[in-house]
Design a protein around this ligand. Structure first.
Ligand SMILES: *[C@@H]1O[C@H](CO)[C@@H](O)[C@H](O)[C@H]1NC(C)=O
Ligand SMILES: *[C@@H]1O[C@H](CO)[C@@H](O)[C@H](O)[C@H]1NC(C)=O
Ligand SMILES: *[C@@H]1O[C@H](CO)[C@@H](O)[C@H](O)[C@H]1NC(C)=O
Ligand SMILES: *[C@@H]1O[C@H](CO)[C@@H](O)[C@H](O)[C@H]1NC(C)=O
Length: 500
């Protein structure tokens, strides 16, 4: 690769970068915050490096280089036309590799690699002494040693998606040896003296070409990541990247907007502020990535689902169906039976204000206020008879499902009071049993079915979270985790999305 092109690329990319820095500084006044932060550690970068090198090798091996043809003058033999064909890279072995991050970008270096090639040779030669030409053909193997490959890339936010920029790259063959099967001594000499340089530069060019293609491909994958993820008919998660990735000497930090918005245009967008920087403790052994979710992400979800009216249920089926007829209550609540004998009933459960969600230093706490209205169904009419208000305290455990951060809610305690009644006073035990049944059969299962979907992270599609540790530090909940590759079929469906 010609160094002048490096310089050109470098200057093209570096000059706008320094301008961007100034603009970012100015924009900080109307600052935009990310509510999901992803930090890729040294260990994560190493995993990514290993993964990319394997991908690169499998795209190079096997690959065929262009034929090389030369006319040479050989003493005693005369003018020979030598052609090398089917020059094929059969194998590449990597001895050592490294990845480093810094302000200028991400630098990947592979050193001391070896490559094995096979090729066919043939020649025709003719001297002025003997009018009849001679020709021969055969095969040869080539061992390339001390192959060095390096590249520098950077990541930049391009209107909410990430752009991968190849800043610099190169490939250098250190040493090359040829083994001929058949042929003459002069041919060996010619290959070594005349062709060696061409073979080396062919290998260098082939690998450089794969680097350009590979980076373009990765860039396409990154840019095809969705900016929003539709979770259901109510909510959309904004997974746009916010700001440029921050590269330190040991990590890459990415920020994602992370807020839920409603699908309906009627909904008013909320404004949230992020507050203090993340300062969560780290688990004992280092993990590849750290995903921190701000409590505002949960608050925005709570508010979207509440505003969309989807937190309201009519319960007309319970495990013991007899309970939904006034006859079953004739001894416990005689007034009800007296006013509406043998009438069917249903229960209207509605959440009366958006659940309040808080990330503490121990867990996630949710406070939910629910109205439970008991309706009597008589002569085609729905008659509300009792309204009970329920204050619920619940805690949410964060769980990991594939590439999703999900949750499971458990009821801690609830308190009740009678809001109004058209059938006189009620015994507290009666209310308790109705409420407890509604919570267990309707509310908690519903909320858990929502929480189970979790927050999907599109950039992790195709990979599973593994060995995850969950840490709470108000107002952040952080998942420190390793990732494992699920298989190549996932990468091919680059934009396909699976929520569960
Ligand atoms: C491979 O690396 C080892 C050390 O890690 C070194 O001793 C050896 O010489 C290297 N081999 C080549 C072919 O560079
Ligand atoms: C990384 O940078 C920090 C300060 O920014 C410095 O203390 C540390 O020594 C650096 N680490 C390496 C490996 O360069
Ligand atoms: C999503 O987040 C990005 C970055 O914060 C923001 O610019 C964009 O307006 C948001 N989109 C929606 C639909 O809220
Ligand atoms: C359920 O109760 C809520 C709150 O009182 C009310 O707004 C809603 O109309 C009721 N739904 C039905 C179907 O009765």
């Amino acid at each position: 690769m010609a160094p002048s092109i490096f310089l050109l690329l470098l200057s093209l990319v570096l000059i706008p970068t320094s301008v961007v820095v100034v603009v970012v500084g100015l924009q900080h006044v109307h600052e935009e915050d990310g509510f999901i932060s992803v930090v890729i550690s040294d260990k994560g970068l190493d995993f990514a490096k290993q993964f990319l090198i394997e991908q690169a090798i499998s795209s190079i091996v096997p690959s065929q280089l262009s034929d090389i043809e030369k006319k040479v003058n050989v003493p005693l033999v005369g003018k020979a036309q030598v052609i090398l064909s089917e020059i094929t890279i059969k194998d590449i072995k990597i001895n050592s590799s490294s990845v480093k991050t810094g302000e200028s970008g991400i630098v990947l270096i592979v050193s001391g690699a070896t490559a094995d090639l096979t090729m066919n040779w043939r020649y025709t030669a003719r001297t002025s002494l003997v009018p009849i030409g001679i020709s021969d053909s055969g095969t040869a193997t080539v061992k390339v040693e001390d192959l060095q490959v390096g590249l520098t890339v950077n990541l930049r936010n391009q209107e909410g998606t990430l752009e991968l920029i190849l800043l610099d790259y190169g490939c250098k063959v250190g040493d090359l040896s040829i083994k001929l099967s058949g042929g003459a001594a002069w041919l060996y000499q010619v290959l070594v003296e005349v062709f060696e340089g061409n073979i080396a530069s062919s290998v260098e060019e082939a690998i450089s070409q794969k680097i350009r293609e590979g980076i373009t491909q990765l860039d396409t994958i990154l840019q095809s990541l969705p900016k929003t993820v539709s979770l259901d008919k109510t909510a959309v998660l904004n997974v746009s990247f916010v700001g440029n990735p921050v590269l330190t000497n040991s990590s890459i930090e990415l920020e994602i907007n992370g807020l839920f918005t409603g699908t309906s245009k009627v909904l008013v967008p909320q404004t949230y502020h992020r507050g203090p920087e993340i300062s969560v403790p780290r688990p004992g052994s280092p993990r590849m990535i750290e995903i921190s979710v701000h409590e505002n992400v949960l608050k925005s979800a709570s508010s979207v689902y509440f505003t969309a009216d989807s937190m309201q249920w009519i319960v007309d089926e319970v495990p013991d169906q007899a309970l939904l007829n006034t006859a079953e209550w004739r001894f416990i609540v005689p007034q009800l039976y007296k006013q509406y004998p043998n009438a069917d009933m249903n229960i209207n459960v509605s959440v009366s204000s958006a659940p309040v969600i808080q990330v503490t230093n121990q867990d996630i706490e949710a406070a939910i206020i629910v109205d439970v209205i008991v309706n009597v169904l008589e002569a085609g009419e729905v008659i509300p008879v009792v309204c009970i208000s329920v204050d619920i305290s619940a805690s949410v455990d964060v769980k990991i499902a594939k590439s999703n951060i999900a949750g499971r809610l458990a009821l801690d305690k609830f308190s009740i009071y009678l809001k109004w009644s058209k059938i006189g006073k009620l015994h507290i035990q009666v209310i308790q049993s109705v409420v407890s049944s509604v919570l267990k059969t309707v509310l908690i299962p519903f909320l858990n079915s929502q929480l189970k979907k979790g927050i999907p992270l599109p950039m992790l599609n195709g990979f599973a979270l593994e060995n995850a540790a969950i840490l709470y530090a108000h107002p952040w909940v952080t998942v420190s985790t390793d990732v494992a590759f699920l298989g190549h079929s996932f990468l091919r469906q680059k934009t396909a999305y699976d929520v569960l």
